[in-house]
Design a protein. Sequence first.
Length: 107
Amino acid sequence: MPITESDIRKIATLAHLEITDEELRTLAPQVASIVAYVEQLNELDTSSVEPATGGLTPEGERTEAVREDRARPSLGQALALEQAPDPAHGHFRVPKVIGGSEVKENL
């Protein structure tokens, strides 16, 4: 399935990105090329490859879980914010890191 300029525009909209028509014309063939390259992986025979489960050591050995995987109660908003350096209205306030401004925003 070829990647079209319409697909790129939809992706940009979903990602809340502003994209010019010139960028659209440049990106569409680039993304199509990347997708075609990745699709080559579908041609590989992986029937004898065991699925990766994560938790591997640098040597590639499996590790045992150190605790039972079960649901537990969360901290809750008040406790989570209790030691936050600058909470505001029930949220963590952090410095803005995009745009070069040091304005704090609620997250």
